[in-house]
Design a protein around this ligand. Structure first.
Ligand SMILES: Cc1ncc(COP(=O)(O)OP(=O)(O)O)c(N)n1
Ligand SMILES: Cc1ncsc1CCOP(=O)(O)O
Length: 527
């Protein structure tokens, strides 16, 4: 950790998503914020421009300190103009002294002097999120076109000054090899030992990216945290539109860390974002060269044809439906879902226990239409077949349902998968199996689900501390106890999932709004 000073952010208060209803500006939390210290790419596929777009796409504010201006297009780099040192320092001071970013992400650092001034500025204005993971270093040295962006002279200061302060460093194969004095890197085993060697320079986590690895059909990245190795695999997207993937991945990791995610979860979400963006922009045509940019803001194209990529902030106020309750209050499922979203629900799960498959599917399709029109993800409880049939955004499965690994194989990489977990072992299994989040409970006693042991706040804390994934609390949560849940202040506890406190009430929208405001209040920053 490069910062030892206490952070004023005491809770996950910025874990809020814009909601359907308008709330007063005094209710709005501070937005997660990444500072990108990098070079400008005039072609806007990489560098500062990629970082700005990736953060925007992931719902995170991005400020910038520009270290160099490059004249660059899809053919290559035509020129580099390094920003004078005193002006890099001035930009750093402007942003760090006033705007208090949660995470700093670095890209092109063209000189030893710039690295030194950056380290000095970070010591003067420490940056930290949830007391950890606040500096992501992408050791940019050579562009995709082979042009040098930072010469070998920076290697010593990178290794000796910046890496010891870094929480995550993200070299590709060539960069890892350079950091290690040109060690050959040809296999996944080589990547693992490189990650271990780079870890000795001092960063808390090393992600060696294997995109350029020869003879590998998948893109394999290796993360090493000093104790454990994690392997992340994704299929290779066949496209020339991949310029800036390294910057984008590092920026997306920084964005997830700024929201409070842990490193493995941040890497996973970031990798899926890049993979999806590449897939969705594989055919766009910009420029005449062969290092073409991709479309970071694919999400803005319209939610009908886009998958809703998982964002841990989605878990903030999780509405889980119940037909019996809706019937009792004389409203349709569709009206109930609409009212919950209007009240501020950030994700919806259709949970049907006694409904025939055909009716389940029809209800799911109708609810999906509403959710899509608000940009709120919709998950299906237990039924992977129904989720696939209506193209829902994902599923929530329990311990007696299919294992997460099989659900992932059936649903593919972009669908959201949540798994109910009460114990650390179950949480680990969910992570390994490819889930996106875990639901943990019942936190309090509930009549909504039978035979469901209560784990209490202590059980919830244990699950959160063990989980590498974001967590949503469930079971007996309502407006009178939501504060106690969020007050646990655990970085990966992202919100509450609620059935009866929303749907077994006269006005779903009023109850949802009240709970939303309470959650916002409980997670407010104290500075
Ligand atoms: C968000 C969330 N968390 C937990 C559950 C419970 O799921 P499961 O264990 O599958 O139990 P049933 O919902 O099927 O009774 C959930 N639905 N949502
Ligand atoms: C589905 C589920 N899983 C664990 S507790 C629970 C029920 C939550 O319902 P409520 O919010 O009404 O207590």
């Amino acid at each position: 950790m490069f910062c030892a000073s206490p952070n004023p952010l005491v809770s996950s208060m910025w874990n809020l998503k814009p909601r359907a209803l308008t709330i007063s500006s005094s209710m709005e939390p501070k937005i997660p914020h990444v500072l990108s210290v990098a070079g400008s790419d005039s072609g806007a596929g990489a560098g500062i421009q990629a970082d700005l777009k990736a953060c925007a796409a992931r719902g995170v504010y991005c400020s910038t300190v520009i270290t160099a201006v490059t004249a660059q297009n899809t053919v290559g780099v035509q020129g580099v103009n390094v920003v004078p040192l005193d002006f890099v320092e001035k930009q750093l001071k402007s942003v760090l002294s006033d705007m208090r970013p949660h995470v700093v992400k670095t890209g092109m650092l063209p000189s030893t002097e710039i690295i030194k001034i950056l380290c000095q500025s970070l010591r003067e204005f420490p940056v930290q999120v949830f007391m950890k993971e606040a500096l992501v270093v992408d050791p940019v040295m050579v562009s995709t076109s082979g042009d040098v962006l930072a010469g070998p002279s920076i290697l010593d200061s990178l290794r000796e000054e910046l890496l010891p302060m870094a929480d995550v460093v993200t070299p590709n194969i060539k960069e890892a090899s350079r950091l290690l004095g040109c060690a050959p890197l040809e296999t996944i085993a080589d990547m693992r030992s490189a990650a271990k060697s780079i870890h000795k320079f001092g960063p808390r986590n090393v992600l060696v990216k294997g995109g350029d690895l020869q003879h590998s059909s998948d893109a394999v990245d290796i993360l090493y945290d000093g104790k454990e190795f994690f392997e992340f695999r994704s299929s290779r997207v066949k496209t020339q539109n991949s310029h800036g993937t390294g910057c984008t991945l590092a920026a997306a990791i920084a964005a997830e860390l700024a929201k409070g995610s842990q490193v493995p979860s941040a890497v996973k979400v970031a990798k899926r974002y890049v993979e999806t963006a590449l897939e969705y922009s594989k055919d766009i045509l910009i420029g005449n060269g062969n290092q073409r940019p991709f479309d970071h803001l694919l999400k803005l194209k319209g939610s009908f044809c886009m998958p809703h990529l998982f964002d841990p902030q989605d878990l903030f106020l999780y509405a889980v439906t119940d037909s019996r309750m809706n019937k009792r209050w004389g409203r349709s499922m569709i009206d109930a879902v609409k009212a919950a979203i209007e009240g501020g629900a950030t994700i919806v799960q259709i949970r049907e226990k006694d409904v025939e498959t055909r009716n389940f599917l029809e209800t799911a399709k109708a609810c999906l239409e509403i959710c899509r029109s608000f940009g709120v993800p919709l998950l299906i409880n237990d039924r992977i077949d129904v989720a696939l049939a209506c193209d829902a955004d994902g599923v929530h499965i329990g311990q007696s349902d299919m294992p997460a690994s099989i659900a992932r194989a059936l649903l593919g990489p972009t669908k959201i998968i949540g798994v109910s977990c009460k114990t650390p072992e179950q949480a680990e299994q969910a992570f390994v199996g490819g889930a996106d989040y875990i639901g943990s409970g019942g936190v309090y006693p509930t009549n909504t689900k039978e035979n469901n042991p209560t784990i209490g706040l202590d059980g919830l804390r244990t699950a959160c501390l063990a989980s590498k994934l974001p967590v949503v609390a469930i079971g007996g949560i309502n407006a009178s106890n939501a504060h106690s849940v969020m007050k646990l202040g655990l970085p990966n506890l992202k919100g509450v999932a609620v059935v009866s406190a929303l749907f077994d009430r006269e006005s779903v929208s009023t109850e949802t709004r009240t709970l939303y405001e309470l959650l916002a209040e409980s997670t407010r920053v104290v500075s």
